[in-house]
Design a binder for this molecule. Sequence first.
Ligand code: NAG
Ligand code: NAG
Length: 272
Amino acid sequence: MSVTAVKVNYNIDWIIPSLKNPSRLWNIASSITIACVGLFSKFIIQWFNKSKVHNRHIISFALDKRPKHVPLITVSNHHSCFDDPGIWGALQIKHLMKKSVMRWSLAAHDICFTCAQHSYFFSLGKCIPVIRGNGVYQEAVDFCLEQLAKGAWVHVFPEGKVNMTKENMRLKWGIGRMIFESPITPIVIPIWHIGMDDVLPNYPPYMLRLRKNLTFNFGNPIDFTEIVKVLRERKATDVEARKEITDRIQDELLKLKEETEILHQKYFKFKS
Ligand SMILES: *[C@@H]1O[C@H](CO)[C@@H](O)[C@H](O)[C@H]1NC(C)=O
Ligand SMILES: *[C@@H]1O[C@H](CO)[C@@H](O)[C@H](O)[C@H]1NC(C)=O
């Protein structure tokens, strides 16, 4: 009598093991996927829409110049399903197209990994299936910690879902665990973007739109070394540590949000 949603029972158990031990063929396919998606994002963001990127030098510097063993975490607001890869259209092409440089990203298993085709596409694109609601101790977060230990870049949408409400931001604590437990404390760069929900709206038809106004703003890196040191010294519990770190990120993101909204208004008003 009731219409139940189609339940997808696609088995994703193979994905993280294949990401951990990629074959030669996997690496080639992954490099091609990253390059194509990167170029596509560049087209959409910078050539088919009106984009203004602020402070790109912050991320470029982190990608080019951070020591090899120092990991990078980026955090941003989440307004549309095109945010990742779309945001990376704001990067320089030399970064965007390189598998070894590009981010790992957590993606919802029940959205991006519902069938074999999508699962290959997203995992070749360096996305890791995260099971929302399963907490901070899950395989996807462990995998990110392993990558951070190797000095990689991990991107997180700490809100954990696309923001379609007017509610205040509430961040998930997985990000707190990653920063606290990473053997080398990562450089954390906050990103705020505006307009992505105009490029790919959150309602049907889900089609990319053109000629929208977009702003991307890279915030100053947040240095957690001191905070993590103090948390360890005072023997904070994992929960306390995660909360404190996550709260700090939330504050920084909200500050960046205000700054970016002003930049967005000024830039696009001034131009008209
Ligand atoms: C969520 O979206 C609403 C509407 O676009 C916006 O007013 C609000 O600031 C957003 N919140 C966050 C945390 O992005
Ligand atoms: C986009 O920016 C242009 C100026 O560059 C302005 O005329 C136009 O109104 C803006 N569009 C929206 C939807 O804000």
